[in-house]
Design a protein around this ligand. Structure first.
Ligand code: ATP
Ligand code: MG
Length: 257
């Protein structure tokens, strides 16, 4: 099996990336991860992940796994998983330089609605499939000009309202806590505005959009700036926004509800 070659290759070498739980060994086209897993979850994740990938969702599915330890009292075993290596670099890093942060914020602000809508529709495809995204770290999303790729997925079904998705997506796209470290407000507003347009077209009501923006960005944006964002939405034609969405979501439940 392919995974055995990579386990042999990484033997005695130092991990090349690391998360809170897993060690990661990066190769040209593959990422080998070592951590603790539930075998039943891994089996399910392989099936769901590969189906999503075949459907065109931008994720790195688990291809193979190898157990290398006994099962513990909670049902976890230590072992390796092999995934395709994500293209690009993580969306934001929690300790990135402010100049680097602003550069990435600008890149996201300049992306067209189709780019953002692909990210949002992939997000719903994943959460509707029985996999869970971890939105608590921007390192779990890889950015390239061609799109945003999801890594670090787990098996879990949960009820996932549109409001929660909107909160998590605007937070991730603007760099979570980094936003407070001196922000380019125009870029931040542009990202929030574009994301709001797409959620509004998906059925999220304006009062919810306003509440979430006010709550999430209260130290970044003034009430006037938030009014401006909501104001542009109300003067726009919802049908135009819907047409962006329909380009991407053939046969999918676009509301994500
Ligand atoms: N498929 C991949 N392609 C490229 N890099 C990857 C891939 N999978 C993991 N990595 C790198 O390894 C790091 C850790 O992986 P992952 O996020 O899956 O582990 P984790 O320990 O669960 O993370 P967390 O800190 O979010 O709990 C990632 O942040 C990323 O830098
Ligand atoms: Mg992670």
């Amino acid at each position: 099996m392919l995974i055995d070659n990579f386990i042999n290759l990484q033997n005695n070498s130092v991990d090349t990336a690391r998360g809170g739980n897993k060690k990661c060994f990066l190769f040209d086209d593959y990422a080998l991860l070592h951590g603790n897993f539930k075998e039943t979850d891994l089996k399910q994740q392989i099936i769901i992940g590969n189906k999503l990938k075949n459907d065109g969702v931008n994720i790195c599915p688990i291809l193979e796994y190898r157990i290398d330890g006994p099962i513990d009292n909670f049902g976890y075993v230590s072992g390796y998983t092999l995934q395709p290596r994500a293209i690009g670099d993580c969306l934001y890093r929690h300790n990135m330089q402010i100049t680097e942060y602003k550069k990435r914020l600008k890149q996201i602000a300049q992306m067209d609605l189709k780019f953002l809508d692909k990210f949002i529709s992939d997000w719903f495809a994943i959460t509707n499939s029985g996999l869970m995204i971890d939105p608590s770290k921007c390192e779990n999303f890889f950015y390239s000009d061609n799109g945003i790729c999801f890594i670090d997925l787990n098996v879990k079904h949960r009820v996932y309202p549109l409001k929660t998705a909107f909160t998590e997506i605007i937070s991730v796209l603007t760099g979570l806590g980094l936003i407070y470290r001196g922000t380019d407000v125009n870029d931040c507003m542009q990202i929030i505005k574009n994301t709001s347009r797409l959620f509004w077209a998906r059925g999220l009501v304006l009062t919810d959009i306003r509440d979430i923006i006010s709550h999430r960005f209260d130290t970044v944006l003034t009430d006037k700036q938030i009014d401006l964002i909501i104001g542009t939405l109300t003067t726009e034609n919802k049908t135009d926004n819907r047409s962006v969405i329909s380009l991407q979501n053939t046969g999918m439940d676009i509301t994500g509800r």
